[in-house]
Design a protein around this ligand. Structure first.
Ligand code: LLP
Length: 424
């Protein structure tokens, strides 16, 4: 469920007509319903309430400060992946004890910043990384908690680019290696090997792969505990799928009911703490991209609707062949329906499309289209390709809208550059 609904003929975000916002901020722009973020976060929180997990919103999906602050105010922690995300996390005042830090390539500087800041835990991806965190913690006279990322080698059935838990992937370590690291924990006197982390992929629509991975992780935890190492945390990552078109993903409640029985003997919430890192589940359906039709043209083989938003604004269709519903924000203007239309942007690439061979209500120049389900991996993956300024992010709460990130301007495009006199 989300709060982008038609009232009469007009698409609204919560109770604001999208056309009103477009008139004020111009197009293209990202539009977020703050209440939808909160609804999804709270659904997950409620479904798992009995075991009081730490839910760390995965801010790589959407790192808009207003969005983050709204989630943090509801008790969310944050899953970060870089020093930049740590910086933004601190800006929104999240309790450092609710920050977990994953990345296969954390630099020593990033590690030092995170240890200094007192984050809860690193999700560690290699033995060399353990050495670096141990060295930094020693230097700073701290004991740092870490979880080791286990690669459980399960197929999650999602797009190959967003599968992360099979042995072909760069993520995590195999069970044997993780076991060895736990057995050698004495080599890291400034670390507490406190947990096991997993993240098996993204946009996973059924619970089966999670169940398989969690079973493996729990069997692993049993064996590590048997040899005398307490394991306090199991972080099962993110990955919950959402509806883009006709998927039928598990709900938060389904998910909790499917996995919680696996933990029966673990006294979850007390002897073993659960950490979740949802990104898309919370944010995916909470945002849209609004774009304007510039032209349309018919070639002997195709009909193209050319819009002012391109692959630099939303790369998911080009990059993953991802499907995003596209709807005119005013219903019923065009009586006819295009059957096989490509909705394309202004970028000089044939891969610059938002939709291919799509059925779409006929549109005219100047009409506004909503590209749905763009709240996750939308704005955060945008770029300045073709020297296009990044588009603004607008938030709605109830009946009001606010610009949360302004549109970049021409000066922003050249701000970091200089013409090097010595070479011209
Ligand atoms: N935890 C870790 C360690 C992750 O790597 C990710 C996402 C998440 C949590 C959150 O996953 P989610 O709940 O959002 O599925 N750009 C791609 C998705 C890449 C996901 C990367 N990792 C896309 O647009 O589909």
């Amino acid at each position: 469920m989300h709060r982008f609904l038609f009232k009469g003929k007009e698409l609204h975000c919560e109770s604001v007509p999208v056309s009103r916002i477009a008139k004020s901020v111009g197009t293209p722009f990202y539009l977020y319903s703050i209440q939808t973020f909160l609804d999804h976060f709270l659904k997950l929180k409620k479904a798992f309430a009995s075991v009081e997990p730490l839910i760390c919103f995965s801010m790589k999906a959407n790192s808009n400060l207003t969005v983050l602050k709204a989630l943090v105010n509801q008790g969310s922690g944050l899953d970060i992946v870089s020093g930049g995300e740590l910086h933004k996390a601190r800006k929104v005042g999240v309790d450092p004890k609710k920050i977990v830090f994953a990345s296969v390539g954390k630099t020593e500087t990033e590690i030092e910043e995170a240890v200094r800041c007192g984050i809860l835990m690193f999700n560690v991806e290699s033995s060399q990384e353990l050495d670096v965190i141990n060295k930094v913690a020693f230097r700073l006279k701290k004991i740092q908690k870490v979880a080791i990322r286990l690669n459980p080698d399960v197929k999650s059935g999602t797009h190959q680019y967003i599968t992360t838990g099979t042995k072909q992937n760069k993520f995590g370590l195999d069970i044997g290696t993780v076991y060895k690291l736990f057995m050698e924990s004495y080599r890291y006197p400034h670390l507490r090997l406190a947990g096991v982390h997993m993240h098996i992929g993204s946009q996973i629509t059924n619970s089966k792969p999670f169940i398989e991975a969690i079973r493996k992780a729990l069997a692993f935890i049993d064996s590590v505990r048997f040899s005398g190492n307490p394991v306090e945390y199991l972080n099962i990552g993110g990955g919950l799928g959402i509806i883009y078109s006709n998927e039928k993903p598990q709900s938060a409640q389904d998910f909790a009911e499917a996995i919680l029985p696996l933990f029966k003997k673990y006294n979850l919430g007390k002897d073993l703490k659960l950490v979740l890192e949802p990104g898309r589940f919370v944010s995916g359906n909470s945002g849209i991209l609004v774009t304007k039709v510039l032209y349309h043209k018919t070639t002997p083989t195709k009909l193209f609707v050319i819009v002012d938003g391109g692959m630099n604004d939303l790369i998911r269709p080009s990059f993953y062949g991802a499907h995003h519903e596209i709807v005119p924000i005013i219903k019923g203007r065009g009586k006819t329906v295009y059957r096989h239309v490509d909705v394309v942007g202004p970028i000089c690439e044939s891969g610059d499309f938002l939709a291919k061979d799509r059925k779409l209500a006929a549109v005219s120049e100047g009409d506004l289209l909503a590209v749905m389900s763009c709240g996750a991996y939308g704005s955060v993956m945008s770029s300045n390709y073709n020297s296009r300024p990044r588009v603004p992010e607008v938030v709605v709460k109830g009946g009001r809208f606010f610009i949360a990130r302004r549109r970049e301007n021409r000066d922003d495009l050249t701000r970091l550059e200089r013409i090097v006199k010595e070479v011209v």
